[in-house]
Design a protein around this ligand. Sequence first.
Ligand code: FAD
Length: 353
Amino acid sequence: MRADHETDVAVIGAGQAGLSAAWFLRRAGLAGGSGFVVLDHAKGPGGAWQYRWPSLRLGRVHGIHDLPGLPLGAADPGRPAAEVVAEYFDRYERTFDLPVRRPVDVLAVRRTEDGRFLVESPSESWAVRGIVNATGTWDRPFLPYYPGRETFTGRQPHTADYRGAGEFRGQHVVVVGGGTSAVQLLLEIAEVAAGTTWVTRRPPVFRDGEFTPEYGRAVVAEVDRRVRAGLPPRSVVGATGLLNTPEVARARAAGILDRKPMFTRITPDGVEWADGSRQRADAILWATGFRAALDHLAPLRLREPGGGIRLDGTRVVAEPRLHLVGYGPSASTIGANRAGRAAVRELLATLGG
Ligand code: FAD
């Protein structure tokens, strides 16, 4: 198989994890072009942050860790996180002259007969010796199935589709999901909707004050244990819990966060619980998270019987020239940074460079 380009390392994805890996590749002395390339299918810099809804202001996110070598610096907490991060990543790519190619949609990664990988997009291909995969989760919104879902006559957007509360004005909205995004969207929508209903699988736990570093480490360790065992990872950001901010406290007092258990069935005009009670709805908003966007790696057949990809650190146990960063325990901005460094160090040692 002839490739259009040859390079030592391909980084797939130019979000926090991919840019961190690119920076460490640059620092290790690899040149853009023959040394490494970063392939990303987004329209511009910013990773998945560029798609986050405009009302997600910088001051309301958990925290965006600086990329290595260039701090984000002072930024107005009232600005949309999507804009601030896109500008920051753009500045970052240009400052370090990172060889980011976009839009390049990687559809498949295959092994070649000469022991390399072929990275394929619809129009081009790259033969590479090693891969740092950093494709995040945004491209794979997760919607759990409930009976009757296809019969519902209203809209069923996912968090990834949300652009603002305005589209729900005057409607009754069922918000599904127990994470921070669900709560943030619920509070925004409740301001303009005729009514809201919040459903979660487990009763939510609201935490007073920031979560401690010890708690964060315990969450990361648990996700690390899962991926080492070849199980699907859980979200480390999602596990940080719901903060009892003054805004949340007010919403709880107003009854907006009175949660119901999951419904058992979706009807054409709403949802129905096991006891037969019903709620009419114009929209069901699925704030039910994401899964790792790894479809392009399917030809490598890496899935373990447990359903996940077994890792040792960031290295894929079954394919040591492939590292997954921003996956499992490193799926946070701080984890992605560290994973970029670890992956590059180990991959270059494996490749003998
Ligand atoms: P992404 O930013 O998703 O980047 C992946 C890149 O890969 C994208 O640019 C995409 O275009 C590209 N890509 C994907 N598939 C392909 C393909 N097949 N071919 C080519 N390119 C591809 N973390 C925090 O630490 N703090 C927070 O406050 C925080 N808030 C969050 C809020 C929300 C709503 C969500 C969903 C997540 C949040 N996270 C937060 C988690 C956060 O997304 C990660 O920490 C981190 O930003 C992800 O970086 P990444 O590089 O792994 O992925």
